[in-house]
Design a protein. Structure first.
Length: 199
């Protein structure tokens, strides 16, 4: 192979790999070495890893043909920041819109909403006062998921636990006690899927 700059060589490696991936035939590192005329397989691997570091390729470790094109990020969408949710004792659920937040969510942004957290009962889960939680609305959740729930007219953010047919809402701070609501009073509003914090 003639003398070319590392950037030009890397561009050729990328073009070769991309063409093979689009054709449904992911190359091995050795095939990249042979196609580009490198003397050592390590040279091909270094270029491939540099392309991964640049975000132009993705790698699945431990697989012979493990390089692929990265999935494009979903486009950003605006979701409403509806108000505040208590993370402590139950508090009255009041909608007080503050504006909109951009999100990029797997599965699309349909129905997502955001709430600003008040209180410290979820501190040990890394959810602090003033944080914003992004919530995917759904009427049920798996045990262990962090949910926004209504108990009567009062809201809270807690970790859901299902125990012997009983629903419990657990804090993540030993200063607070779990809530065991009457099932007739409980409504799951959604599952927390993301946390935002301003430093």
């Amino acid at each position: 192979m003639g003398k070319t700059s590392p950037g030009e060589t890397r561009k050729k490696v990328y073009e070769f790999v991309r063409k093979r991936l689009l054709a449904g035939r992911p190359p091995t590192v050795r095939e990249v070495q042979e196609a580009l005329g490198f003397r050592a397989v390590q040279t091909a691997r270094q270029h491939l890893e540099a392309l991964v570091a640049e975000g132009r390729l993705a790698a699945e470790r431990g697989v012979a043909r493990g390089y692929r094109l990265p999935r494009p990020e979903p486009p950003a969408a605006l979701i409403p920041l509806l108000g505040r949710v208590p993370a402590g004792p139950l508090g009255l659920a009041v909608e007080d819109p503050e504006g909109y937040l951009p999100v990029q969510a797997e599965g699309g942004p349909e129905g997502l909403f955001a709430l600003r957290v008040q209180g410290e009962s979820m501190r040990d889960a890394g959810i602090l006062p003033g944080d914003v939680v992004i919530v995917r609305p759904q009427p049920s959740a798996r045990s262990g998921e962090i949910v926004v729930a209504l108990v009567g007219n009062e809201a809270t953010v807690k970790r859901l636990r299902l125990r012997q047919g009983r629903v419990e809402l657990h804090p993540e701070n030993p200063a607070f006690t779990p809530l065991v609501p009457d099932p007739a009073e409980l409504q799951i509003l959604g599952v927390v899927i993301e946390l935002r914090r301003k430093l």
